[in-house]
Design a protein around this ligand. Structure first.
Ligand code: AMP
Ligand code: GLY
Length: 426
């Protein structure tokens, strides 16, 4: 089969690496891709916001199946457009992608279906939102209702901070946002839960946990994710069952009933509280960098699973996993998530990749002649497998230390919660 992946990050590099290994793959393309992805796939300089251009390329290159990485094209309806042109795609249609595109949509769906999530109200008016905030008190969480590239959530420690967030959002600080959700602050441990869905049923993937804060000790500003590991010890077998029964399956059933079935990967951001799992948010695509560690642990061919999701055939499907743990350290350009330089030279990647169990995915790189240069905020995902999270961590940092990139930085403590649990195990 000829396959096209859309996207250009570490998640797409991991998908390309895994799909390239499938015996079903004849030719693999990625648009627009990056310097690392170019080792696995033919990169195509397409503007993926231009759906007609993507359709034209698919026809030209006889693409049999498209895998969409990021949320923006999904929310914009690229699956609807490609399928209407007769091209098969992995991912949700526009109506179902609202689970990520609109926080209000998801909160209302949870309320109507008794899916556990923080108590909330929706507002289109700043004064009413502030009155509610004063009534509820702090801590409290303010969310812009729309795609905000990870910047739309303020966990406010004080009422004043929450009110300032309301002003920032309604004054256009995140672009045009007509609505906010204000919700209770949940307390617990966060985990990411992924399930492939085919409109009818859902098949859970391995669990993972990411580190959202920029600096060691989970301090500093929120980012897209500075590292991740799998499995997540907080996601026990029993907790996985509860998340499927209380959150994922009711969501799939509700969307089916609404006539907008969800196909693709459903990514539930969870808070594991004392009373059980609560949904923080849904994403309608693979997580980045969680996918990098999940795919390192996947023994089965991923391609039949993605196709079964598109075709509504997941029911009797099974995926096999390696027992090994996996961990990834994100190397970012100094300054990220604020402003940073592009074009700095990265050396030592080959030497780093030689370490046993290590796999390096590129998140934001470009080839410049014989050199690889940084081309984004999050630049590299240095991943490793190991018998334990601690062993995977050791290998990943050994690889990080072989990379010669003075303009980059990374956290040195990825996986600390899991490793603390491993060392205190009886
Ligand atoms: P989101 O973009 O919805 O994933 O939110 C970003 C981050 O804000 C989450 O990963 C949580 O750390 C935090 N967060 C969001 N909603 C809540 C909540 N209701 N209670 C506590 N923390 C939250
Ligand atoms: N790692 C979080 C995300 O992909 O949004």
């Amino acid at each position: 089969m000829n396959i096209l992946i859309l996207g250009s990050g570490g998640r797409e590099h991991a998908l390309a690496w895994k799909i390239a290994a499938s015996p079903l793959t004849t030719k693999l393309y990625c648009a627009p891709g990056n310097a690392g992805i170019a080792q696995e796939a033919t990169c195509v300089a397409l503007d993926i916001a231009d759906h007609q251009a993507v359709i034209a390329f698919c026809k030209d290159a006889k693409i049999d199946f498209v895998v969409v990485g990021p949320e923006v094209p999904l929310v914009a309806g690229i699956v609807d457009d490609l399928e209407a042109a007769g091209i098969k795609v992995f991912g949700p249609r526009k109506a179902a992608a609202q689970l990520e595109g609109s926080k209000g949509f998801t909160k209302d769906l949870c309320k109507a279906n008794n899916i556990p999530t923080a108590a909330y109200e929706r507002f289109t008016d700043a004064a009413a939102a502030k009155a509610y905030i004063r009534k509820q008190g702090a801590p409290i969480v303010v969310k812009a209702d729309g795609l905000a590239a990870g910047k739309g959530v303020v966990v406010a420690a004080t009422v004043a901070e929450a009110e300032a967030a309301i002003d920032m959002i309604f004054d256009g600080g995140l672009g045009v946002m007509a609505e906010v959700v204000v919700e209770d602050c949940l307390v617990g441990e966060e985990a990411s839960f992924f399930a492939l869905c085919d409109g009818d049923t859902a098949l859970p993937l391995a669990s993972a946990q990411d580190h959202k804060r920029a600096y060691d000790g989970d301090k500093g500003p929120n980012t897209g994710g500075m590292g991740a590991y799998s499995p997540a010890p907080v996601m026990t077998e029993a907790m996985n069952k509860r998340v499927m029964a209380e959150i994922v399956l009711p969501t799939v059933a509700a969307l089916k009933k609404a006539g907008t079935p969800f196909k693709g990967v459903l990514f539930a951001g969870l808070m594991i509280t004392r009373d059980g799992p609560q949904l923080i948010e849904y994403n309608v695509r693979f997580g980045d960098p969680e996918t990098q560690v999940i795919l390192l642990r996947m023994m089965s061919d991923i391609l039949p699973a993605l196709i079964a999701s598109r075709d509504g055939q997941l029911k009797n499907f099974n995926l096999r996993w390696y027992d090994d743990a996996a961990l990834t350290v994100v190397m970012a350009a100094k300054g990220y998530p604020g402003s940073y330089a592009k074009g700095t030279i990265i050396k030592g990647l080959d030497k780093a990749a030689q370490i046993d169990g290590v796999e390096i995915f590129h998140a934001g790189t470009r080839r410049d002649g014989d050199t690889i240069v940084a081309n984004g905020g999050r630049v590299l995902n240095v991943c490793a497998r190991g018998k334990t999270v601690a062993e995977a961590q050791r290998r990943a940092y050994e690889a990080v230390d072989r990379i010669d990139w003075p303009e980059g930085f990374c956290r040195r403590d990825i996986g600390w919660q899991a490793i603390a649990r491993e060392t205190t195990k009886p």
